[in-house]
Design a protein around this ligand. Structure first.
Ligand code: PLP
Length: 436
């Protein structure tokens, strides 16, 4: 039985008539009977076309840090939109929003806004290549950095059996249509393996422009960096003159106001931000060391975008960051996130199911295996069927994590005690049902 109710199914049929697979982003397609059509979001909830309410842990794949339709953000956006949205000139709102970003993240000396995380990582890579005069980019297996050609290698959906040996990984091209030449510019390595990084740099360090990393694996169970891993990347990048880029599109403004760099105490040269910076409005940023980002000003390195810093996006960013800067949303997210993580651990133990809650209170997932994961290849040990069955049972009970186990559950400041209690009850019941 599919997840769609009758009206949702009707709307999905209409969607398929005009949108390919009925969606505007490939990851939203869950199959013809399960793809959801949503009417609205309210705080911690989404409501489908049948009027069914779900406690939402997808949160738009992460951005909704304050809850859906946060009234303060919506008011700021409405006020900004009434004054016009897109100008071929800098605006006061844009300056204020940039000041808020720089105020939140001390190592960002200079920045520019973009609209999406994809654009942000594309520009960060270009800056790094221009700054170093080198072409190679190192990324890690299971990390996702957007939908552009330079980074679609060994992302979280890649088949583990096709990745080559750990010592000599083969980049798995995650899409057709990428020019063959681009493959030669990418090197992929297992996450949390500093020795592999050092080995690669010993042989090719002089050709590597950037180490691009999700400081916590926000697209792979929320696997955390082991102590010393990010510090080691910092050291290797310094030693070989490569640019260290933290892709904080998921972690930025979510794990803490200063993102993963603040939590782990390691500062990159460049960072990319999006999602939680704007509570669901399309706004992103690239920023970091002035001697690198000022290449945009010195000429020669192109950054442009008609909609960059549009009034709606920057108003959302300013309002969201101001609220986050009070610290109060993080207290609520931490309380709910910790209660969920501990509650799930407890249920797993009670039911005698081998599993681990992986990640951070702001974004975590459940890994069904004896030992917790430390890198993408560990996905092979995860009982994906049990996970998927459990999540489907939860969705039927009105709780909505992402059905793909690699995508973490996201928690917002609108998730309170009631949502936590209902979620744990649904998880327990669905798990018992799923394991049969
Ligand atoms: C770490 C990371 N980087 C980049 C992106 C791409 O961002 P966008 O979807 O806004 O282009 C994502 C999207 O999920 C992401 O998780």
């Amino acid at each position: 039985m599919g997840l769609q109710g009758p009206r949702t199914a009707e709307w999905f049929a209409r969607a398929k008539g005009v949108l390919v697979n009925g969606v505007s982003s490939g990851f939203r397609y869950w199959g013809d009977e399960d793809t959801m059509v949503i009417d609205r979001g309210e705080g911690a909830y989404v409501v489908d076309m049948d009027g069914k309410r779900y406690i939402d842990y997808q949160l738009g794949f992460g951005p909704i840090i304050l809850g859906h339709a946060d009234p303060t953000v919506i008011a700021a956006v409405a006020e900004a939109a009434a004054g016009g949205t897109t100008f071929a000139m800098t605006t006061a709102r844009e300056i204020e929003a940039a000041e808020a970003v720089v105020g939140a993240i001390p190592w960002v000396e200079g920045m520019r806004f973009t609209n999406t995380g994809t654009e942000a990582t594309m520009h960060a890579i270009r800056l790094a290549r221009a700054h170093t005069g080198r072409e190679l980019v190192v990324k890690f297996e299971g990390c996702y950095h957007g939908a552009h050609d330079y980074v679609l290698f060994t992302t979280a959906g890649s088949p583990v059996e096709h990745l080559g040996s750990r010592r000599s990984p083969v980049p798995w091209q995650a899409s057709s249509g990428i020019p063959e030449a681009i493959r030669s510019t990418i090197r992929v390595l297992p996450y949390n393996d500093l020795e592999a990084v050092e080995r690669l740099f010993r042989s090719e360090g002089g050709r590597i422009a950037a180490i691009l990393v999700e400081p916590m694996m926000g697209n792979c169970f929320g696997v955390m960096p082991e102590p010393g891993f990010l510090e080691g990347l910092r050291r290797v990048a310094d030693e070989y003159g490569a640019v260290l880029v933290f892709d904080e599109v998921k972690t930025g403004f979510r794990m803490a106001l200063g993102g993963a760099a603040e939590v782990f105490g390691v500062e990159p040269d460049l960072g990319t931000f999006a999602k939680s910076m704007g509570n669901g409005f399309p706004i992103a940023a690239v920023g970091g060391r002035n001697d690198i980002v000022q290449d945009w000003a010195r000429g020669g390195v192109t950054q442009a975008g008609t909609y960059s810093a549009n009034a709606v996006g920057v108003a959302a960013a300013k309002a969201t960051i101001d609220l986050l800067a009070t610290g109060e949303p993080y207290e609520r997210i931490r309380a709910a996130g910790r209660a969920l993580m501990q509650g799930i651990e407890g249920i797993l133990a009670e039911e005698g199911v081998e599993g681990h809650v992986v990640g951070h209170w702001s974004m975590f997932s459940i890994f069904f295996a004896e030992e917790p994961p430390r890198e993408f290849r560990d996905v092979a040990r995860h009982d994906a069927d049990l996970y998927e069955e459990t999540v489907r049972g939860m969705i039927r009970r009105g709780v909505m994590p992402v059905d793909d186990g690699l995508e973490p559950w996201f928690v917002s400041a609108a998730h309170g005690d009631e949502e936590v209690a209902r979620t744990l009850e649904a998880f327990g019941d669905a798990l018992v049902e799923a394991k049969g």
